[in-house]
Design a protein around this ligand. Structure first.
Ligand code: NZQ
Ligand code: ZN
Length: 393
């Protein structure tokens, strides 16, 4: 197990009927004027926004609203948010929505606190980190990205050609408090539920499959999350109002990306780095759908470099009997089982299902490798990435 520092400072308030606690909690955290940030309308239709505003009013907190965050949130809108908050004297950001809304709020917070454009901190590790931000709270409505506890903030720069989607990674951007009411995810569509299931699994598996020795407890925690999500995912897809299934997905979303399942391992996230250029260049591609296509193809490409770990995962999570004579057979059976599961929950597994055809490959490869190869078991340069795409056709 490698040395590590683990700090997950986000306070979590979890369960039914927690919305009245939002105002008092924010007030206790020093908020005086709150930006309530949300997306394209789901929180208005569900009535959640009204509950949130009532709670702020009851606590005597003044607030302004900014809706309209799009999936794969855009830098141009973040800049509008920063201007608005400066004009209005906002000192606290409350994101009511999924990962995109939370990430937009995080970027606004960084811009407000540093006085710099948040894009200057978006990096794959080469730019400076922001060292301050305005506090961000979340009211989560979609179990998926894990941004409600994560140190990541993924933004698309829509002001350059082609668009670029990368993350600000910094301890600074972890939300100070997240309100997780599983009932707020009852209205999530089957497709978005499926995207969330895949994303949660990926945040766990990308930390599991790193090619390093053993971090046994960390791996067992990861397997618990994966098997829970596997079963709860099926139940939530079949019955969107299954509270316990939604609750397990929601808690798994947070635990899969607050670094608990990465303790003692190195964070590389190659499949995320393969996916982000897809949703940058093709804005209609949901992050989880892109991962659903790319992860099995990546796994088939690299399985030979970490056969025993893939086989362990296959046995413990996907129920594949261990073939001690040929563990690679078990490892590959596990990848096939995972892919069948993705199909079962309605997720795409081929590039053409994302609308991506061979003529589209080169621009995506160019963007993916613009700063050099993607680090994985081996470096993934243009040739290797093309080979992965062929496995996803
Ligand atoms: O905009 P609204 O109307 O709210 O609709 C959203 C959106 O259309 C809808 N939705 C959300 N909650 C709902 C709901 N519809 C009905 N009922 C509800 N309760 O779902 C759609 C997708 O929302 P979005 O926030 O985009 O999805 P998700 O949570 O999957 O976030 C995806 C974004 O997060 C980034 C992704 O790259 C992508 O940009 N990620 C952020 C991470 C982080 N900050 O730690 C890590 C992830 O790996 C990921 O990269
Ligand atoms: Zn993700």
């Amino acid at each position: 197990m490698k040395n590590f520092t683990y700090c997950a400072p986000t306070k979590v308030v979890f369960g039914r009927d927690i919305e009245p606690q939002i105002g008092p909690e924010l007030k206790a955290l020093g908020a005086t004027r709150v930006l309530v940030h949300f997306g394209g309308g789901s929180v208005q239709r569900s009535g959640l926004l009204d509950k949130v505003l009532s709670s702020l009013d009851a606590a005597g907190l003044s607030h302004i609203e900014l809706g309209g965050v799009s999936p794969n949130p855009k830098l141009s809108f973040v800049r509008e948010g920063i201007e608005l908050c400066r004009r209005e004297g906002v000192d606290f950001l409350l994101a009511v929505g999924g990962g995109s809304v939370i990430d937009s709020a995080k970027a606004i917070g960084v811009g407000l606190a540093t006085g710099n454009d948040p894009w200057q901190y978006a990096s794959t590790g080469t730019r400076p980190e922001p060292h301050e931000t305005f506090p961000v709270a979340t009211v989560l409505t979609l179990a998926a990205a894990g941004s409600e506890m994560s140190n990541s903030d993924v933004i698309t720069n829509d002001l350059v050609t082609p668009w670029v989607k990368v993350g600000i990674t910094s301890e600074t951007v972890r939300p100070v408090i997240s309100f997780l009411n599983p009932e707020n995810t009852f209205t999530v569509s089957k497709f978005q539920t499926g995207c969330g299931i895949v994303d949660i699994m990926m945040h766990t598996m990308e930390r599991y499959l790193t090619g390093e020795g053993n971090a046994m407890l960390t791996e067992r925690l990861a397997e618990a999350i994966l098997t829970t999500v596997r079963d709860a995912g099926r139940r939530a897809i079949n019955n969107p109002r299954d509270y316990d299934a939604r609750a397990d997905l929601m808690w798994a979303s947070s635990l899969s990306h607050n670094d608990l399942t990465g303790c003692g391992k190195t964070r590389k996230f190659p499949v995320h780095k393969l996916e982000h250029p897809f949703s940058a260049l093709h804005d209609n591609i949901a992050h989880g759908a892109g991962l659903s296509v790319l992860f099995p193809a990546w796994a088939k490409f690299v399985v030979r470099y970490d056969t025993m770990k893939f086989a362990q995962l296959a046995e413990r999570v996907w129920g594949c009997p261990m073939d001690y004579d040929c563990p690679e057979r078990t490892a590959r059976a596990g990848i096939d089982a995972m892919q069948r599961y993705f199909m079962e929950i309605g997720m795409p597994i081929h590039l053409h299902e994302l609308g991506i055809l061979p003529k589209d490959y080169q621009p995506i490869i160019d963007l993916t490798t613009a700063k050099g190869p993607v680090k994985s078991y081996i470096d993934l340069g243009p040739e290797e990435i093309h080979a992965i795409y062929l496995l996803a056709e």
